[in-house]
Design a binder for this molecule. Structure first.
Ligand code: MCN
Ligand code: CUM
Length: 796
């Protein structure tokens, strides 16, 4: 009879274990960057540019220096004497730390004041006089490439215009041939508006340089501490072993905390100069106006179709507005992120994508926001395009998807843009979703409602997302290969500490990683403490974004647990006085194959590792694993939304939403559901209410929560989640795929498709997000498309 421990009872794989981190969060005992107070600490505030594009004629900071309590005023010229006026970005561009020659977006960092408290520092910022000479402003890719456009990046050699890159992928000629043979060609143009991750906690850092030890410690809000350590070593020319980056609790990242921001660099330099700890905590406006914008992409596409709905080829062009500096992170091979993951779920023979990135006088944009490098835009375009094609052909929306999906028996499948997808049950997910929404019935109700003047609509969105960069053959950031790591130390009493190179920001790693250890070793999850984010103790890793933690660091956790088990097996053989070959494993216990009653627990092995190891064996029970995944993981999802649109006001309400997510094996089903609900909420916000736009002078409109709306529980609809489809990842040690972003990626198209479906027959082909009531009303009333970012009203 098995004496294995009960996996669910010990909080192993598949247990909806309560989140251990919530114990401190809901008691108000989290430890965020702003909670840290160091002896002698000073405070830094940033002076930002009021203009979007202007030459700096002079900066007079003398009045600021005179204010009592001010210790230091940093300007671009002072940064320049240390070669720190500019810094490299994660995309091989440069970014101004503090402006010297020009300001290039509204909100750009111009000067910093370090003072006894943040209020003095803020007052002193206002005492700095900057003489600006305004320059013509560019706020769109179209303006950026227009004849005679001012060159924004005149600081760069070999930059005669505003184009950052022209990139292409796929088979141009093959695509052309397929289009020539098509029965029908469908076309669609879209704008995916600028959005902002807006986590509750803004960005910030506390730099603490100790002259006596030469050690620089930086507590900061970063999703990738080790990358920051390397960057600081290179940019500030400090020895890497003398730099310690600590990411304490993070109040939401969502991609906002991946890039390197000027505020971090300034606080570091200030601490080195003043030899005191310097704290910088960004305010909400600073966060919303200057950091981490996402999307802002114009998408244009064509689909070659056979009359029966078979997709023959796709052609796509994207124009991406990156703002003044190309500073988003993405694997260096791919200029427009993983935009070419579009159509990966469909069996399409050929495709071709061209992408152009341009500078504008906006804050740096293009940062991934809950999106594995532009996959959000890719999947949005894909699902809007498929719907447009179905409408053009008069084919059912569900049917066109089902008939073009990659079939279960076609894996591994090479996508037309070169990715290798390896598993999934796309048709089954769609069937589950259609059944849950009661598709046929809804279509009947819809027709009936239509006859009475009511507009109902149903939108389908499907997505497969490439999660878990890398493998290191193809994925690197600034040449650093994308892998990850885990370090596990089992103490003599069988309790353990696990550290990884990832960095949780609310996703629940402290809970879920312990579950993987429990699954592999039978040590109860509550006996495993998980720590992330301190570069002095955590093994090197690339951090948490692109939902890569489970695919990469999570795999490393399984692999390091297996290394520990292999050593424990030797200890068990020694304790049981048999040879290793005669030992069997069941969860939590080794036993003698011929006498299953004779066994030792993993905890007994742990004690032996410190007190009774065989001759010649290294003491201790600890190890480290670095994991370089063989492929990305490819979760799949179907989201179906039904809506009712009020033709009189353009207001639309969600009637029902069903979500079928297949992210392989779920470590913690409750956490996975939380991730999906969070993503769907963001998807709803983007489709319904959120946008940040700019007027012709480059003023950022929407950099406050009066204009940039975050949905609360009040307006967010309910979601019905389905978890019955599970396709384990074939190469992940526990079969898991990433999930953190799926719903935010796939969700928006479901909402938009639903509203467009409600409007079918009115001649309206597209309304760009957000589908604000006035835009929907305009489309219904004037029978026309409503495109582009919402305009700024002149009376505002
Ligand atoms: N998980 C699981 N089973 C799976 C897959 C994941 O139980 N098959 C669990 C994981 O163990 C982890 C969570 O779900 O606890 C998310 O895992 P994963 O999909 O690996 O994503 P990451 O941990 O890498 O998180 C990153 C992802 C990204 S990129 C953004 S953006 C985002 C998101 O997570 N930011 C978030 N979700 C967020 N959730 C919160 N609360 N806060 C953020 O800032
Ligand atoms: Cu893509 S936003 Mo997340 O990668 O941190």
């Amino acid at each position: 009879m098995s004496q294995a421990v009960d996996e669910i009872k010990i909080g192993g794989l598949g247990a909806s274990r309560r989140r251990v981190e919530d114990n401190r969060f809901i008691r108000g005992k989290g430890n965020y960057t702003d909670d840290i107070v160091l002896p002698g600490m000073l405070h830094m505030e940033i002076l930002r540019s009021p203009l979007a594009h202007a030459r700096i004629k002079s900066i007079d900071a003398s009045k600021a220096w005179d204010i009592p309590g001010v210790h230091l005023v940093l300007t671009g010229d002072m940064m320049a004497t240390r070669n720190l006026a500019w810094m490299p970005t994660l995309s091989y561009d440069t970014q101004a730390v503090l402006a010297t020659d020009k300001v290039r977006f509204q909100g750009q960092e111009v000067a910093c004041v370090i003072a006894d408290d943040p209020y003095i520092a803020k007052d002193a910022c206002e005492a700095i006089v900057v003489d600006y000479e305004p320059l013509p402003v560019i706020v769109s890719p179209m303006q950026a490439v227009a004849e005679g456009a001012p060159v924004i990046r005149d600081d760069k050699e070999n930059q005669p215009d505003n184009v950052i890159y022209d990139w292409e992928v796929g088979d141009r000629d093959g695509t052309e041939r397929a289009f020539a043979a098509a029965d029908v060609v469908s076309k669609l143009e879209l704008h995916y508006p600028r959005s902002h991750p807006s986590p509750i906690e803004c960005c910030g850092s506390i730099a603490d340089f100790n002259r006596a030890t030469s050690k620089l410690t930086v507590y900061m809000t970063t999703q990738a501490p080790h990358i920051i350590r390397a960057a600081v070593a290179m940019v500030a020319e400090l020895p890497e072993h003398m730099i310690r980056i600590v990411s304490p609790d993070i109040g939401g990242g969502f991609g906002n905390k991946v890039p390197i921001y000027p505020g971090y660099v300034c606080s570091i330099l200030a601490s080195i100069l003043l030899e005191r700890p310097v704290k910088w905590i960004e305010d909400k406006s600073g966060n919303l106006i200057s950091t981490g914008f996402a999307r802002d992409v114009y998408l244009k596409g064509e689909m070659a179709l056979r009359k029966d709905g078979k997709i023959l080829a796709v052609r796509m062009h994207t124009d991406a507005d990156h703002g003044a500096f190309f500073s988003d992170a993405q694997p260096s091979k791919f200029k427009i992120g993983l935009m070419h993951s579009a159509f990966a779920a469909y069996d399409i023979p050929v495709a071709h994508l061209t992408a152009r990135g341009t500078y504008s006088n906006k804050a740096p944009g293009g940062v991934a926001y809950r999106c594995s490098f532009r996959v959000t835009e890719a999947m949005f375009f894909q699902e809007r395009m498929v719907q447009a094609a179905a409408d053009d052909l008069g084919i059912d929306q569900a049917q066109i998807r089902a008939m073009n999906f990659v079939r279960d028996d076609q894996f591994p499948h090479r996508t037309p843009f070169g990715f290798l997808t390896d598993s999934g049950q796309y048709g089954k997910c769609l069937d589950v979703a259609l059944k849950a929404i009661d598709y046929e019935n809804f279509r009947r109700e819809q027709a009936e409602a239509r006859s009475r003047g009511r507009l109902l609509g149903l939108g389908i969105s499907t997505m497969t997302e490439p999660l878990g960069a890398g493998n290191s053959r193809e994925y690197d950031i600034l040449g650093i290969k994308m892998f990850d790591s885990a370090d596990l130390k089992v103490h003599m009493t069988g309790k353990a500490i696990l550290r990884t190179g990832a960095k949780t920001q609310g996703q629940g790693h402290e809970t879920t990683w312990a579950q993987i250890v429990a699954h592999e070793l039978g040590i109860p999850a509550e006996d495993v403490v998980v720590e992330e984010g301190d570069t002095d103790t955590a093994p090197f890793g690339m951090g948490t974004y692109a939902s890569r933690s489970t695919p990469v660091a999570g795999a490393a956790v399984a692999m390091v647990s297996r290394k520990i088990r292999a050593k424990a097996r030797k200890l068990a053989a020694h304790l049981l006085e048999v040879s290793e070959e005669d030992i069997e494993w069941e969860l939590g216990r080794f036993y003698v194959r011929s006498a299953p009653g004779r066994g030792v627990t993993i905890q007994e092995c742990a004690i032996a590792a410190y007190s009774n190891m065989p001759d010649g064996m290294e003491p201790g029970l600890e190890n480290t694993a670095y994991y370089d995944p063989p492929n990305l993981t490819w979760p799949f999802a179907v989201y179906i939304v039904t809506v009712e649109v009020d033709p009189q006001t353009g207001v639309w309400d969600v009637l029902k939403l069903v979500a079928v997510d297949d992210c392989g094996v779920r470590i913690n089903p409750m956490i996975v559901e939380g991730q999906i609900m969070g993503g769907l909420t963001e998807a709803y916000a983007m489709s319904n209410m959120q946008f940040i736009t700019f007027d012709a002078e480059g003023n950022c409109v929407g950099a406050n929560y009066m204009d940039y709306l975050l949905p609360t529980a009040w307006e967010t609809p309910g979601f019905e989640l389905h978890s019955e489809v599970v396709t384990p990842c074939p190469h992940h040690p526990i079969g898991a795929k990433g999930i953190g972003e799926c719903a935010a990626v796939g969700g928006p198209a479901a909402f938009v498709n639903a509203v467009m479906d409600a409007l079918s027959g009115t001649g309206v082909r597209n309304i760009d997000m957000p589908l604000l009531p006035d835009r929907v009303w305009e489309a219904i009333t004037y029978h026309r498309d409503v495109s582009g970012a919402p305009p700024v009203r002149s009376d505002d």
